[in-house]
Design a binder for this molecule. Structure first.
Ligand SMILES: CC(C)(COP(=O)(O)OP(=O)(O)OC[C@H]1O[C@@H](n2cnc3c(N)ncnc32)[C@H](O)[C@@H]1OP(=O)(O)O)[C@@H](O)C(=O)NCCC(=O)NCCS
Length: 186
């Protein structure tokens, strides 16, 4: 018998943000959201440069594959059912850990969405068996990104070279970590 991968809920809600799993049919909305936000995404997210419909199709298909395999759990951040960004939990920091990533649509910045999405993802991560830490990594010059883990009580845990140096950054990543609270230790 094949054991199924533990997965978080497909919909998460926290404050102003509703997170729902990216799904087939979202390709055009994902493409439009990125293109509309390209000027503010490009400095920090290397994939945003030259974004295309094909890239959006591959993104949604990849989200589906990763959800099934447990490699990543990616969600659209929505407000009133409109796509306002993207975020996810990624299994790429070793056993027991998940990394959180996020971006927010240009028209929805400074409304607490990245913070709310990260809070939702953090509690979903700690709801998964065997997960005892979540991390966020951002370029050392990305102040708005840094503010999110700082606001949520993450601790600065170190530095590592990013896989791709962002246009506006140095390529040195700052690692923030939150450990599973003792009260919910499994
Ligand atoms: C980083 C990002 C996701 C923040 O999204 P957001 O929804 O606007 O963030 P929040 O509203 O939750 O803001 C959290 C805090 O970040 C800080 N912050 C956010 N944007 C800021 C800005 N432009 N300048 C200064 N501080 C900022 C503030 O302290 C803010 O709290 P406050 O509004 O109570 O003062 C968004 O700016 C973004 O998409 N940036 C481009 C992509 C990116 O860098 N992703 C992260 C890669 S590691």
């Amino acid at each position: 018998m094949q054991l199924s991968v533990p997965r978080p809920p497909e919909v998460l809600e926290h404050g102003p943000a509703t997170l729902r799993r990216w799904q087939f049919g979202d390709e055009e909305a994902a493409y439009v959201a990125v293109i509309e936000s390209q000027d503010h995404l490009r400095p920090w997210m290397p994939w945003a440069k030259g974004y295309s419909r094909e890239a959006a199709v591959e993104f949604v298909a990849g989200c589906d594959r990763d959800w099934e395999s447990g490699l990543a759990f990616n969600y659209a951040i929505t407000v009133d059912r409109t796509i306002a960004g993207s975020c996810g939990l990624m299994a790429r920091i070793g056993p027991g850990g998940l990394e959180i990533g996020y971006w927010v649509h240009r028209d929805y910045l400074r409304r607490g969405l990245a913070t709310a999405a990260t809070a939702a993802l953090t509690s979903a991560a700690f709801g998964l068996p065997g997960i005892d830490r979540v991390e966020i990594v951002h370029d050392e010059l990305n102040g708005p990104s840094e503010a999110v883990p700082r606001k949520l009580g993450f601790t600065r845990a170190g530095e590592r070279t990013l896989d791709f140096a962002p246009e506006a950054g140095t390529g040195l990543g700052v690692v923030w970590r939150l450990d599973r609270p003792a009260a919910v230790a499994g």
